[in-house]
Design a protein around this ligand. Structure first.
Ligand code: PBG
Length: 307
């Protein structure tokens, strides 16, 4: 009688990498580490063998390579591009999704180029286009702009097509909220601001808004997004349902770092039963998501396999 089914084919595994040999645990995300490229290749092989169809890559960039304009983002042999090429060479049969945004690469940690305390839209879009084309050239299958600038989906689609990458798909982070649930992620990629808080509320969405999410999704679809994403996940299940009902397009949810930290911490401390992991993932599917980005993907796929 089950109306909803969760399988390993619903999962996308986000992975943190860095350009170093050691494997560095992320303290606020027990069980998650920054990997070297060889360790990444192993993990991607494990994911593929468990039936996970796609992974998502996020870099922790050496502080010496970070600049105000984030230009490391479009250097063609940066760590992301080399990692993608290595996966494509060694692990056939699994998709690779790359995040497009400047935050891992900028000295200030914002997703775009800053002028006088403000992230400027159009100059940032031009930079994102260069980043997306570099990633496609490295072999990335899905470009996922997470920056929330206006007009970037259309600009990236046009640039990808002109460069001959018409088969590269775009998953837009269409409704991305200015959320404190991203805290552990900012530890993982090293963008937590030393002083004060990194406030992205001039370009990410107000958690109070729901109609606005539909507007953002409509723009991105008009501009050529193949799939849309809502983020964070669990506190925004209502948005997933509204988007799915309104547009009926491939709709994804990101169970973000803070959601992982909450569940992981509670399970590891014995405060909640480990069944909460699959229950939370199932809730995304019930809400209408076609797939879920989750740091639990490998563990969840193993649990699903064990039955
Ligand atoms: C950056 C980006 C963020 C996440 C994915 N891409 C953080 C942010 O916007 O500050 C968050 C993912 C997570 O918390 O797991 N553009």
């Amino acid at each position: 009688m089950a109306e909803t089914v969760l399988t390993s084919a619903d999962l996308i595994l986000p992975i943190f990498i860095h350009d170093r040999e050691e494997i560095l645990p992320v303290p606020s995300m027990p069980g998650v580490s920054r990997l070297s490229i060889p360790a990444l290749v192993d993990m991607v092989g494990t994911a593929r063998d468990l039936g996970i169809p796609c992974i998502a890559l996020f870099p922790a960039i050496d502080p010496s390579l970070k600049t105000d304009d984030g230009s490391e983002a479009w250097r063609e042999d940066n760590v992301i591009c080399r990692a993608v090429a290595e996966i494509k060479r060694q692990v056939p049969g699994i998709g690779v999704l790359c995040d497009v945004a400047l935050d891992p690469f900028t000295s200030h940690g914002h997703d775009g180029i800053v002028h006088e305390d403000y992230v400027v839209n159009d100059e940032t879009v031009a930079a994102l286009v260069r980043q997306a084309v570099a990633q496609a050239r490295a072999g990335c299958d899905i470009i996922a702009p997470s920056d929330m600038m206006d007009g970037r989906i259309g600009a990236i689609r046009q640039a990808l097509d002109e460069a001959g990458f018409d088969a590269v798909r775009i998953m837009s982070y269409a409704a991305k909220y200015a959320s404190a649930f991203y805290g552990p992620f900012r530890d993982a990629i090293g963008t937590k601001m030393a002083k004060g808080r990194l406030d992205k509320s001039t370009y990410q969405m107000d958690p109070a808004n729901s109609n606005e999410a539909l507007k953002e999704v409509a723009f991105d679809l008009q501009e050529g997004a193949d799939m849309v994403m809502i983020k964070p996940g669990l506190p925004y299940l209502d948005i997933i349902r509204r988007v799915k009902d309104a547009f009926k397009v491939p709709t994804y949810a990101y169970q973000v770092s803070g959601e992982y930290a909450m569940l992981r911490g509670a399970v590891d401390n014995g405060w909640m039963d480990e069944r909460v992991i699959l229950e939370a993932l199932m809730s995304f599917k019930r809400a209408g998501a076609d797939g879920i980005l989750s740091y639990f993907s490998i563990e969840a796929a193993r649990r699903l396999r064990a039955g």
